[in-house]
Design a protein around this ligand. Structure first.
Ligand SMILES: O=c1ccc(O)c[nH]1
Length: 357
């Protein structure tokens, strides 16, 4: 259902205030052919009302002919910034970029962040943005989880369905996604609320068994019959199952890139206001599935790029797989038990589901 401009402006002002936007700073709103007009209108109103100098940079779409999905996160790497020094210069000169187009996993995004520019991605529908507006409590909880990852050498994921995956850690940082950009050079995604890292290159081994209700993105399908993925030395070497396994295999094979089968980010969901069931209520092309990536207690893993973490793999194919009912342990200590988050003792989470209704 729709939200009012006032509600969305208030949500934008909360996000921009948490992002420490100051009067007089330069904000560039990056837009494309699929940018939602209300999101754009309210972003400009909110940033202007907070005293920022607001520009808009509109870029033509690219890659459409290459991907068989219209999901903005499905085909990654090249963006309208690729080979476009004028656009990159404008973003480098900005304090804050509101990305209403999608630069994620692009080499250019890294270049821009390294100049100290902050980038906030926001392309979910307005009502999803409002429902999942971030809070300080979200940041505290996600950062606490990131610290636990940073202190660990192994993530072990198991499930009653048969998942048993071990990922060695340490080569890459933990990344906190909590929905606002409060430090220079930071990227984040509103909405979010999850923690992720990348396994040491070549050091993920075991199997993942997708069970009923697990989710395949960008397909935005709930798995109906089990799919087994065998993982050897950091790559998915076998995918066994029924129709959905065949769809996944053909989709990935179309990229003709062996790097697409590499294990990408791993982590878990910490957003109590995100709903596992959300995909059942939306047209697939109306959103990009951030409820699925962020719902509390999921195990979110993925296949494809690792350049987001500083790696060199920029494969265009990116599959995100949020799973229910998994247990995640760091060096033997449980952080999620059968889909229930085990927060660090004493970390009360103000925005917990039961408090937020
Ligand atoms: O915000 C995001 C979105 C997709 C993804 O794979 C990671 N983080």
């Amino acid at each position: 259902m729709s939200v009012s401009d006032i509600d969305l402006i208030h949500a934008w002002k909360q996000v921009l205030t948490l992002s420490r936007l100051e009067a007089g700073q330069i904000v560039t709103v990056l837009t494309g052919a699929d940018t939602h007009p209300q999101t754009l209108r309210c972003a400009i109103a909110a940033a202007t009302d907070l005293g920022a100098r607001v520009n808009r940079l509109d870029l033509p779409p690219v890659n459409a002919e290459k991907s068989i999905s219209r999901d903005a996160l499905a085909y990654l790497g090249a963006t309208p910034l690729t080979g476009n020094p004028a656009a990159i210069a404008a973003l480098n000169a900005s304090d804050l970029v509101l990305d209403l187009m999608t630069l994620l996993f692009s080499p250019e995004q890294h270049e821009i962040l390294q100049t100290g520019t902050k980038i906030l991605l926001a392309i979910e529908p307005p009502e999803v943005l409002c429902r999942l507006v971030p809070t300080e409590a979200d940041r505290a909880r996600v950062q606490a989880a990131a610290r636990r990852i940073e202190a660990s050498k192994q993530m072990h994921i198991t499930s009653a369905a048969g998942t048993d995956l071990r990922c060695e850690l340490g080569e890459f940082p933990a990344i906190s996604e909590y929905g606002f950009v409060d430090e220079p050079g930071r990227w984040d995604h509103w909405p979010s609320g999850f923690v992720l890292t990348w396994p040491n290159e070549g050091h993920s081994n075991g199997r993942v068994v997708l069970d009923r209700g697990d989710i395949l993105l960008p397909m935005k399908d709930y798995v109906t019959d089990p799919i087994e993925l065998v993982i050897e030395n950091g790559y998915v070497t076998r995918i066994n199952g029924g129709l959905q396994a065949d769809i996944l295999k053909e989709y990935m094979a179309a990229y003709e890139d062996p790097e697409a089968y590499a294990v990408s980010h791993i982590g878990w969901g910490l957003q109590p206001r995100a709903q596992w069931s959300m995909l059942a209520h939306y047209n697939k092309e109306a959103h990009i599935g951030m409820d699925a990536r962020a719902f509390e207690g999921n195990f979110l893993w993925s296949m494809g790029p690792n350049n987001e973490a500083g790696g060199s793999r920029t494969t265009a194919c990116h599959i995100d797989i949020p799973m229910r009912h998994c247990s995640v342990a760091l060096d033997g200590q449980a952080v999620v038990t059968r889909g229930v988050v085990q927060d660090e003792p004493g970390l009360a989470h103000a925005a917990r589901r039961k408090d937020s209704k």
